[in-house]
Ligand binder design. Structure first.
Ligand code: MSP
Length: 579
């Protein structure tokens, strides 16, 4: 990558500046704009795309349940650029039609997946074109763009120029030597043209300062270190337009009909478009929290903050980074034919089962592998057996004939300050007190993990408590207690009361991940919609001598299984053949 000519007036970058108080930053009622990346419409959605959207959705729902002030969740599609131009040509469709079709696939998928988006932006919308052109004019007005001849290796699938160090040579399908991107393996082409350049190099220090002053702005932490490391290296200026003769499918540079705005500048500005830039964004910016895959970290953690600083806006408050899904240990790719269709997964595992799998197994710090048996084993053991089984045991007519939330007896489960060695007082034993302590602490633990973008750990903690509750139930063999004996009756009711209280907590905490299953669980426990926020999560108040609003309440009418057990496709096929 080489810059052939350069001339620009040296002016100090307009950032850091005296920032107005961060409107969204602190206190109750704090605003929050959460975003997914906007998705390329060169092909239908796959499970990796769904994962990006699910992470954002779970964070959004979690925050809503905390009652933490107005929040928005923006998603949408990235519809300009060479890659889309080529995809439309390959499909034999005008680009507008092609984009509308693929964009609707994403929108439909997200609706089916219960992604709670409040805005779905398409970069071909007029509101976005206006925002991008205004942003461009702001960059130009601040003297941060200049024209230069530029040449380098262009990677169309990644829509960016690569440095010589990022390119390697490999034989193509016919054995001829061919240049490819070291990271993605995609072919690159030598491109030479006159472009507008953004003076990115001037932002190296401001970017370092921003990062060093905001140590938690990128999480998980290893990605923060990666970005800091990038800033140790050379930060060349960025080519931000393409010759219109080569790229017609994009937003024209204002006042220069021969140039098209670079698709990444176009795409990043979507985060401002959704909050009404250039007129109404102040109420929401910079309360932006972006969820992004690791492959687009540089665009979000270097280019985007630098562009924002360049126009006098603050960088986003938070960048959450996740790794990728592989399939049977291999990268998903069209050429390998192993791209997993999320709709097929919904049919096979149910929407809720698949949401649960991706969020429970997806670890943002490292790539995760998908295969059928893993989904089935996890969902069956944790949702159908552990959680569904527990609900079933506590509500079945044989054990709970009154169909109510039974009474808690303080004499059976007395409050103690030290549960070690006092088990002689009531009927509860030390492990039962440990269970109560774990579940009482669980909401704080879950919020802690959500705030650190460790949703999988939050789910791990919930499952550990569910298992502990099953252990509690099993330990006291309540089905052997006789309702005819007043003492045993009291203890049996207390066991059910404690188990239902635990289930109520799990139902409330699981809402961001499996909203429909959590709704079913909470409805069965007769927990009203107004009683499902985190502020209502007072666990086992009777243990602390406080009244419990649920005690004696009739349970909800839906007695069906909470979650169906799943079967492998092979087993289902065999069964269909037999019948
Ligand atoms: N259009 C850009 C983003 C612009 S945002 C201003 C783009 N689109 S994408 O469709 O290629 O990717 C969208 C998201 O899907 C990215 O966060 C990317 O990391 C994610 N994934 C794509 N493949 C993935 C996996 N195999 N696994 C997990 N997520 C992956 O980049």
């Amino acid at each position: 990558m080489r810059l052939l000519a350069a001339s620009w007036p040296r002016r100090p970058p307009p950032w850091p500046r005296r920032a107005p108080p961060r409107r969204g930053s602190s206190g109750p009622g704090r605003r929050w704009l959460l975003s997914t990346p906007i998705f390329y419409v060169n092909g239908p959605p796959h499970i990796g795309h769904l994962y990006s959207a699910l992470l954002a959705d779970a964070l959004h729902r979690h925050r809503g349940l905390r009652g933490a002030g107005p929040g928005r969740l923006a998603t949408g599609t990235d519809e300009h650029g060479l890659k889309i131009q080529q995809a439309a040509a390959a499909a034999g469709m005008p680009p507008q039609e092609h984009c509308a079709h693929v964009s609707s696939l994403f929108r439909d998928l997200f609706s089916q997946a219960a992604i709670s988006f409040t805005d779905f932006i398409r970069t071909t919308e007029p509101r976005h074109r206006q925002a991008v052109q205004h942003f461009w004019a702001a960059l130009q007005g601040r003297g941060l763009l200049y024209k230069a001849f530029y040449e380098g290796w262009y990677c169309t699938p990644e829509e960016c120029f690569l440095s010589p160090a990022q390119v390697t040579e490999r034989p193509d399908a016919r054995g001829r030597p061919c240049k490819v991107s070291l990271e993605s393996g995609h072919q690159v082409h030598w491109t030479k043209e006159e472009n507008y350049m953004f003076k990115l190099s001037e932002f190296r220090e401001p970017l370092r300062k921003w990062l060093l002053g905001n140590r938690h702005v990128i999480s998980p932490e290893p990605f923060y270190q990666v970005v800091l490391q990038w800033l140790e290296e050379d930060l060349p200026d960025l080519s931000v337009s393409r010759e219109r003769s080569r790229l017609q499918w994009g937003i024209p540079v204002p006042g220069d009909s021969k140039q098209t705005i670079y698709v990444w500048v176009d795409a990043l500005v979507n985060y401002l478009t959704v909050v009404g830039y250039p007129d109404a964004h102040h109420a929401w910016w910079p309360a932006a929290h972006h969820v992004v895959g690791k492959d687009i970290l540089k665009f979000h953690a270097i280019y985007w903050p630098a562009l924002l600083m360049a126009v006098g806006l603050d960088p986003p408050e938070q960048i959450y980074v996740h790794s990728h899904w592989t399939v049977h240990g291999q990268k998903m790719s069209k050429s390998l034919g192993n791209v997993v269709d999320p709709l097929a997964c919904f049919r096979q595992y149910t929407v809720e089962g698949f949401r649960y799998f991706l969020l429970r197994q997806g670890v943002p710090d490292r790539d995760c592998d998908y295969y059928e048996e893993k989904v089935i084993k996890l969902v069956n053991s944790e949702l159908a057996d552990a959680l569904g089984g527990l609900l079933n045991r506590c509500t079945s007519p044989s054990i709970n004939p009154s169909g109510t939330y039974p009474l808690f007896s303080e004499s059976c489960f007395p409050q103690v300050s030290d549960h070690l060695g006092v088990d002689a007082v009531g009927r509860a034993v030390a492990e039962d007190y440990e269970l109560v302590a774990s579940v009482a602490h669980l909401p704080t633990q879950v919020s802690h993990y959500f705030e650190r973008f460790q949703i999988y750990k939050a789910l791990e903690a919930i499952v550990a408590c569910v298992r502990q509750t099953n252990g509690f139930f099993q330990r006291h063999v309540p089905w052997k207690l006789s309702r005819d004996s007043p003492a045993e009756n009291r203890w049996l009711d207390t066991i059910l009361h404690v188990a239902l209280e635990c289930l109520r907590v799990y139902g409330i905490l699981l809402q961001p991940v499996i909203p429909a299953t959590a709704d079913k669980l909470l409805s069965r426990l007769a927990v009203m919609p107004a009683e499902r926020a985190f502020s209502e999560l007072t666990f086992l108040p009777r243990y602390r001598g406080k009244p419990c609003p649920f005690e004696g309440r009739r349970l909800g009418p839906d007695t069906g299984a909470l979650f169906p057990r799943l079967e492998t496709q092979r087993k289902r096929q065999l069964e269909t053949k037999r019948s």
